[in-house]
Write a protein that binds this ligand. Sequence first.
Ligand SMILES: Nc1ncnc2c1ncn2[C@@H]1O[C@H](COP(=O)(O)OP(=O)(O)OP(=O)(O)O)[C@@H](O)[C@H]1O
Length: 261
Amino acid sequence: MLELRKLSQWYGDHAVLSDLTLKVPDGELLCVVGPSGCGKSTLLRTIAGLLPAAEGEVTIDGTPVTGVPDGLAVVFQDYGRSLFPWLSVRENVALPLRRRGLPRAERRAEAERILDRVGLSGAARRHPWQLSGGMQQRVAIARALVCRPSLLLMDEPFGSLDAQTREDLEDLLLQVHRNDDTTIVFVTHDIDESVYLGDRVIALSPGPGSRVVLDLPVRLPGERDQIGTRGLPEFVELRAEVGRTVRTPADPSGLSGPPGA
Ligand SMILES: Nc1ncnc2c1ncn2[C@@H]1O[C@H](COP(=O)(O)OP(=O)(O)OP(=O)(O)O)[C@@H](O)[C@H]1O
């Protein structure tokens, strides 16, 4: 279980996150939405142990996060910069296994297994710069999955992809999540995407000092699919609820009721 307890974060005297308390049970896919600059990436960097908590704490299975935790993988939006252009696709994916001291043949076999899973088995010997953006992001996802992470943090990973590729990768992620039961914290600007992917969606208020202003379980019937799920009345309702929250300016006093009340 990932837990945030009264977490606050600042850059100098600029308050970014204020008093965040949150539990993410094992195996949950939690989506985080909120206006630009509200601190979503800061939240991920703190969970990843890259930024120490200014106040409060982050724990994983009860142990405070003080550095990059074991079993963590991260995927960023900027896949172009996260892959090594001089390494082949297979070498890029196998890289985290080298640090684990796995023999070469095993590294290779494991990288190929995971490349097959993300639909890239034919591209193993190519280099990242020979691939489309969507394929490069698949490589980044494969590299994140190769060590079978227990916690996967994703920061707008599909933000710069075309609509079709984005849908394909959303479905790939759902498949991975179903099969591996990995805990995933997924940051996105896209409200539809958050409802389509999430077991739960949280929304942060605009900064400074962002707080959680919505914590919404997503209970959609059946397995999700791009056309059917997005057409469900339940989906439309959830999307509207998240949209209303994200677009309503927060009242810093926290005293006002919903609009029109
Ligand atoms: N290293 C830093 N030093 C100082 N201020 C920073 C730093 N990183 C981010 N900020 C500021 O902190 C706030 C939160 O930034 P962050 O990137 O976490 O927001 P975000 O919600 O992820 O934004 P976006 O949705 O635009 O990616 C912003 O006001 C940003 O300008």
